[in-house]
Design a protein around this ligand. Structure first.
Ligand SMILES: O=C(CO)COP(=O)(O)O
Length: 251
C-alpha cells in the first residue's frame, strides 16, 4: 500500500515575513497522519521553514539542486549535501519551469537525480508534456522519454524511495486541470514502464499529479488507482487550501 504524499512547491514566492505567516498558518491546519506532507520553499527560506516546522509532521525539501555533489566552484548553485545540511529531506528535479525556461536537459535532470540519491535526499522527478505535444498525440512518448532517461542511466533500483510527479505543462498555473481519467492514463503508463523493469519496485513508486490541483478537485484526482498524491503550486501558498488538499488525500 503506497502512502499518499502531498508536496507544496512554493516556487519563487515569499519573503521572510510572508513565509513566517505561512508556517504559522500551516501549523494550525489539521493534517491527516496517514498522509505524508512536504513543503518545498525557495532555498533562501529553507532554514527558516525547517526551524518553523520542527516538531510538526511536515517535511521540507528544495525545488532544485546542483548537478555536482559536494562543495566547490559552481557559482549560484546549492549541492545536495548543502540542502541536506540545511534540513531538506526531499528535492524536486526536472520541474518543467526549469526544463522550459532554463533549458535543463534530460541529462542534467538525470545527474541531479543521481546526486540526490547518492546522498540520501529523496528526489521527486517531474515529467510532463506541453499542450503542443499532447495535441500531437505525443504525451506518453514524451513522458516515457523523460522517465526512461533516468531509468536507463541509473537503473530501476534508483527509483526505490523516489517519487515521480506527472505535471502536464498546460495544466500548471493555468486553472486547467487534467481530468482524473487523463491523469490516470499517464500515471498507469508510467507505472507500466517501470514494471517492465521491476514489477515490485514499480508497485512501490509513488506517482503524484500536479497542475492546478485545488481543494475542489483534489479528492477526485487522488481517488484514481495510480495517483498517489499531488504536487501543488499556487494552492500550496494558502494554508487553508493546502490543508484541505492534504485532508482530501487522507480520505
Ligand atoms: O507546477 C506545479 C507544482 O510543481 C503546479 O503548479 P499549480 O498548482 O500552480 O498549477
Amino acid at each position: 500500500m503506497r502512502r499518499q504524499l502531498v508536496a507544496g512547491n512554493w516556487k519563487m514566492n515569499g519573503t521572510r515575513a510572508s513565509v513566517a505567516e505561512l508556517i504559522r498558518s500551516l501549523c494550525e491546519q489539521a493534517m491527516p497522519v496517514s498522509v505524508e506532507v512536504v513543503v518545498l520553499p525557495g532555498s533562501l527560506h529553507v532554514s527558516q521553514v525547517v526551524e518553523g516546522l520542527s516538531g510538526s509532521q511536515l517535511g521540507v525539501g528544495a525545488q532544485d539542486c546542483a548537478v555536482e555533489s559536494g562543495f566547490g566552484a559552481l557559482t549560484g548553485e546549492e549541492s545536495v549535501e548543502q540542502l541536506q545540511d540545511a534540513g531538506c529531506e526531499w528535492v524536486l528535479v526536472g520541474h518543467s519551469e526549469r526544463r522550459l525556461i532554463l533549458g535543463e536537459s534530460d541529462e542534467v535532470v538525470c545527474r541531479k537525480f543521481a546526486a540526490a540519491k547518492a546522498c540520501g535526499l529523496k528526489p521527486i522527478l517531474c515529467v510532463g508534456e506541453t499542450l503542443e505535444q499532447r495535441e500531437a498525440g505525443q504525451t506518453l512518448e514524451v513522458v516515457g522519454r523523460q522517465l526512461g532517461g533516468v531509468v536507463s542511466a541509473l537503473g530501476i533500483s534508483a527509483l526505490v524511495d523516489a517519487v515521480v510527479a506527472y505535471e502536464p505543462v498546460w495544466a500548471i498555473g493555468s486553472g486547467l486541470t487534467a481530468t482524473p481519467q487523463q491523469a490516470q492514463e499517464v500515471h498507469a503508463a508510467i507505472r507500466a514502464q517501470l514494471a517492465r523493469e521491476d514489477a515490485e519496485i514499480a508497485e512501490g513508486v509513488r506517482i503524484l499529479y500536479g497542475g492546478s490541483v485545488k481543494a475542489a478537485n483534489a479528492a477526485e484526482l487522488f481517488g484514481m488507482a495510480d495517483i498517489d498524491g499531488g504536487l501543488i503550486g499556487g494552492a500550496s501558498l494558502k494554508a487553508d487550501e493546502f490543508g484541505a488538499i492534504c485532508r482530501a488525500a487522507g480520505n
